[in-house]
Write a protein that binds this ligand. Structure first.
Ligand code: B12
Ligand code: SF4
Length: 448
């Protein structure tokens, strides 16, 4: 049987004559995991962010992944296949949030993490009685297959060595997809340690990128994993929360075992804002301690910030970028608050009549799609663009690099941040020349 897995491209990246680094970072691991349930089929994974998609073929089954920003493209692809009688299954985060919307374009919709239900669906499909919906609640990840990495076009990605060893998060921030996606009693799971190690063992090179929502969520599991990684001599990066840095000595162990960069969702510098979205893992009074601890350990910080929580006013853009520079944050990602459907934040805003657009293409954290009490749409979008501009001026980069205690860290910061953001055209050239693989060694060296 021919099964085709597709990750449709979002509108912004749909020009196939020019591909940007941002969308060539990570392969679609979720689809590679699901492909593991089709060991004897003729399986293909097409990631439209890095390659052209042909829809003239007639596979037996097409499985499409949806995020909010690629949903319309996903539906278009699905409609085209179905118009020719090809069976289409849709899943992923957006389809989980709005299954009825997705069902209008699919024969079957699967919601939630699909490790269990996809197996059941495939059996039903082979037996010719697939159901219209499959819903995952509490998921057993212990028998999940390893991602079929041989189906991933490794040379097209900067970080093909990316994986998740856990799913979900122990927290429930009201703006986050977690509570709308994990609908069982639990919202946090881990894979089996030996499976994770088996996956990492297949990686070439030193660098490992964990895409988990919080790699410190299960302290004991993480400690065991990190100790094993030390033996494999890998360098890794992943997301952690502010409180988890300060709680115990896990961060020291992680550093010893190869952790070199941490993604941290600081989100806001306002305590009122953090409280308003239940971001309990952050207390602004802890930010300085957490940053200091990471600096002492030589771990770089990729800070993530949200503009547009209700306590913000026009000063938020400058205050946040100044703070990030003064705190020695190496790289920063800024977002305009985006209430994803299915979240508590969305429901509250909808009830209050504050949502002004239902165009999912605009839900990309670059557009203001709700009424803000203190900031207009133009101010928000301009402030957001300026935040990036100001953070990544040479002056900003040098000034942030100078904040570190040790010279090695200053240099590392300067090289990493400069190479990342100041040579965008070079990166884009490498992407379009299929030369990303050559750059992976550079990352290993910078991370060291
Ligand atoms: C890596 C990543 C990216 C990468 C690439 C993604 C890729 N190649 O898949 C990059 C950097 C490009 C990226 C960009 C963006 N991202 Co992103 N990203 C992630 C991240 C951190 C990991 C994704 C992942 O690999 N997860 C692990 C795998 C195993 O899970 P999965 O992909 O969800 O697949 C499972 C299920 O969803 C389901 N499933 C998935 N597809 C299908 C299909 C079928 C048929 C079936 C049955 C089941 C199924 O089964 C899989 C196994 O359980 C997630 C957060 C997270 N932890 O998931 C955010 C996340 C997905 N991103 C998000 C967002 C908002 C974005 C951006 C809009 C942000 C921005 N401002 O630029 C862009 C646009 C992305 C786009 N293409 O539309 C949101 C999505 C919110 C939403 N409601 O859709 C998330 C959840 C982050 C968050 N906390 O808000 N992202
Ligand atoms: S801590 Fe991060 S991943 Fe967890 S619920 Fe909050 S925003 Fe989501």
């Amino acid at each position: 049987m021919k099964v085709k897995f597709i990750l449709p491209v979002l509108k912004e990246a749909s020009d196939s004559s020019f591909r940007a680094l941002k969308y060539s970072m990570f392969p679609p691991i979720g689809l590679a995991v699901l492909a593991g349930f089709c060991p004897d089929d003729d399986v293909e994974i097409v990631d439209e962010h890095i390659e052209d998609l042909s829809i003239d073929d007639e596979p037996d089954l097409v499985c499409i992944q949806t995020y909010i920003t690629n949903a319309y493209r996903a539906y278009k692809i699905a409609d085209t296949y179905r118009s020719r009688g090809v069976y289409v299954a849709i899943g992923g985060i957006h389809a989980t949030t709005l299954p009825d919307e997705a069902k209008a374009h699919a024969d079957t919709v699967l919601t939630g993490p699909a490790e269990n239900i996809f197996k059941e669906f495939m059996e039903d499909f082979r037996n010719k009685h697939p159901q219209p919906f499959y819903h995952a609640f509490d998921v057993d990840f212990s028998n999940a297959p390893l991602p079929r990495r041989e189906l991933i076009k490794k040379e097209k990605y900067l970080m093909p060595n990316s994986l998740v060893f856990s799913r979900g998060c122990v927290n429930k921030c009201s703006f986050c997809y977690i509570s709308s996606f994990y609908r069982g009693k639990k919202s946090f799971y881990t894979y089996k340690l030996d499976k994770v190690l088996e996956d990492i063992d297949r990686f070439d090179g030193k660098h490992v990128y964990f895409l988990d929502d919080n790699i410190f969520a299960d302290k004991n599991f993480s400690a065991d994993l990190f100790r094993e990684i030390r033996g494999m001599k890998k360098l890794f990066q992943g997301a952690i929360t502010v409180d988890s840095i300060l709680k115990d000595e896990l961060i020291e162990l992680a550093r010893d075992c190869g952790m070199r960069s941490a993604f941290i969702g600081f989100e806001s510098l306002s305590e009122n804002n953090l409280k308003s979205v239940d971001k309990r893992s952050n207390l602004t009074e802890n930010y300085a301690h957490a940053i200091k601890r990471l600096d002492t350990l030589g771990i770089m910080i990729n800070g993530s910030f949200i503009f547009g929580l209700d306590d913000d006013d026009k000063a938020v853009f400058k205050n946040t970028t100044d703070w990030a520079i003064d705190s020695g944050i190496t790289t920063a990602t800024f977002h305009i608050l985006t209430p994803y459907p299915g979240t508590k934040l969305y429901d509250n805003m909808k009830r209050a009549g504050r949502i002004v657009s239902g165009d999912w293409n605009l839900y990309d954290t670059r557009n203001l799609i709700f009424n803000h009490p203190n900031i207009t749409r133009d101010e928000m979008e301009e402030g957001y663009a300026n935040a990036y501009k100001n953070f990544y001026t040479w002056k900003g980069i040098i000034s942030a690099a100078k904040q570190h205690e040790k010279t090695k860290m200053k240099l590392k910061h300067f090289t990493y941040s400069g190479a990342w953001k100041k040579f965008n055209p070079v990166w884009d050239f490498l992407v379009n020349q299929n030369m990303l693989g050559n750059m992976r060694k550079m990352i290993d060296i910078t991370m060291k």
